[in-house]
Design a protein around this ligand. Structure first.
Ligand SMILES: [Zn+2]
Length: 495
């Protein structure tokens, strides 16, 4: 048995100003052919899980293409066209195949295409025909279009958020693929999407969170034999498209009606819990004042509206401004993306003082830079390796970094917007978050792994391209009615 494998992973955000091109993917992971095997070995990536599973089944792996771009606004059309051509041509050149496994994120957008993964899968299906099964693994935040579901044979999503099962998801997709190639199963996909979007901050699959209940329903259906695989896609909500909504998806053995029923059950389970996804959040000033009054040794200030992992710029200085205004004598650490500040600090040199204009260099639509006198405490290269999550074991670079000192406040200015897992980015330049009363994060979920009895967190709604209140966004392409702008009695089905 011969299986071609490829990955193309990127999470888009229509509200973000960021554009990712070839160079941005190359800085993260861009490989072709056998170099892919070396790049993924020993990591916890979906692609690694898929490759290991195919090999364990005694099949030959033909590595074709791998591109990881993290999250951002959109991918430029030229790079997507190049990536798609590399995958299609590489698969065509691979010779006769028994199966194809693709690791996708599922929420990419390009300048002109709201469903590039659908375009890719349709193109691939056209090339290889119906006889070759195509298995796809997706992030839990995927925008799973009907076109994607129609052109894939098997689709499975991450089961967890925080994401800790990327490897296992790749392995599940590949093991269903192997069973299909052996003729043991004949997969059918059910796909049901509702015109509703939910706040990412409330999407944890931990404890008794609403999505944890949905996950239990999905696992119970699998255990009862109702489906081979049941996935829930609460969707990346900052995608301004007419077909973007919470989606249930199930794979059964030859039973299209049962697949549709299981997909409906999980989609409805998300819909009925839609109000429970909303969590309290504070303005930057409210959060800083509240943190001062808390007993916790360290309070994590979660800058949810400027989440780098959600595609925002990571350059909002709103929390820094609130700290300077309301807690200038309290030890606090802020990480922010600002290459101009890094350049200025580098020119000044370690130990020098200078006037800086921090933040809002890319996204100044809702906030202005913070003008402040600071001392350059340290300059460093911000390289680190992720200690867990969907990118465990992968290395990342913040580019040149400057650590600035403003009294007891430290500002870590990075050159690049890099996915935040835990505190690896702070540690990369010598900042121990335990030394501070308040520490800000530009992410929505992984910070929970940093919580201890001595630490608390407050969610902050400030400026940025990942707003918490989805009903206040100026949507242009959504179809009415949709939750949470409208409040229909029955779930509005997306066709
Ligand atoms: Zn995700």
């Amino acid at each position: 048995m011969r299986v071609a494998v490829a990955s193309l992973e990127y999470e888009g955000n229509s509200l973000s100003l960021r554009v990712d091109r070839r160079a941005d993917f190359a800085r993260k992971a861009l490989h072709r052919g056998p170099a892919i095997l070396e790049a993924v070995a020993g990591k916890a990536l979906a692609l690694t899980g898929g490759i290991d599973t195919v090999r364990a089944a005694g099949a030959e792996v033909i590595p074709v293409y791998m591109a990881k771009g993290g999250a951002g606004g959109h991918v430029d059309d030229a790079f997507f066209a190049e990536a798609m051509a590399e995958i299609l041509d590489g698969i065509a050149a691979a010779g006769p195949l028994d199966g194809i496994y693709l690791a996708l994120h599922g929420a990419m957008i390009t300048a002109s295409d709201g469903d590039p993964e659908g375009t890719l899968l349709a193109g691939l299906r056209e090339r290889v025909g119906d006889a070759v099964p195509i298995a796809v693994s997706l992030d839990l935040h995927a925008h799973v279009s009907r076109r994607m579901a129609r052109n894939a044979s098997i689709v499975v999503g991450y089961e967890t958020y925080p994401h800790v099962d990327a490897y296992e998801t790749g392995a599940r997709a590949a093991s269903l693929l192997v069973r299909t190639m052996r003729g043991e199963i004949s997969p059918r996909i059910g796909h049901v999407a509702f015109n509703a979007i939910l706040p990412v901050l409330g999407m944890a699959t931990l404890d008794d969170a609403p999505l944890a209940e949905v996950a239990r329903i999905a696992r119970a259906m699998e255990a009862a034999g109702a489906a081979l695989s049941v996935s829930y896609f609460p969707v990346q909500p900052w995608l301004d498209g007419p077909d973007v909504g919470i989606t249930g998806l199930a794979v059964t053995d030859g039973d299209a009606a049962a697949a549709e029923m299981a997909a409906t059950a999980v989609a409805e389970a998300m819909w009925t819990r839609r109000r429970a996804f909303e969590l309290p959040a504070y303005t930057p000033a409210e959060a800083v004042r509240a943190a001062l009054a808390m007993d916790a040794e360290t309070v994590l200030l979660v800058d949810a509206s400027d989440s780098i992992g959600g595609g925002a710029s990571g350059d909002s200085p709103a929390i820094l401004a609130a700290l300077l205004a309301h807690a200038p004598e309290t030890p606090a650490a802020v990480a922010i993306v600002d290459p101009g500040t890094v350049e200025r600090a580098t020119a000044a040199g370690e130990g020098a003082g200078a006037m800086f204009e921090i933040g809002a260099w890319q996204d100044d639509r809702q906030v202005a830079p913070v003008r402040v006198n600071a001392t350059v405490e340290r300059l460093c290269e911000g390289r680190f390796t992720y200690t867990g999550g969907p990118v465990a074991g992968a290395s990342a670079t913040l580019g040149p970094v400057a650590v600035l000192r403003i009294g007891p406040i430290r500002v870590l200015a990075a050159s690049y917007a890099v996915y935040e897992h835990m505190d690896e980015h702070y540690a990369a330049c010598g900042i121990d978050i335990s030394a501070f009363k308040m520490v800000s994060f530009k992410q929505l979920m992984n910070f929970r792994k940093l919580l201890t009895p001595e630490r608390a967190f407050l969610s902050v709604h400030g400026p940025g391209a990942t707003p918490l209140d989805l009903s206040k966004v100026d949507w242009h392409h959504r179809v009415r009615p949709f939750w949470p702008v409208d409040d229909p009695q029955t779930p509005p089905r997306l066709s």
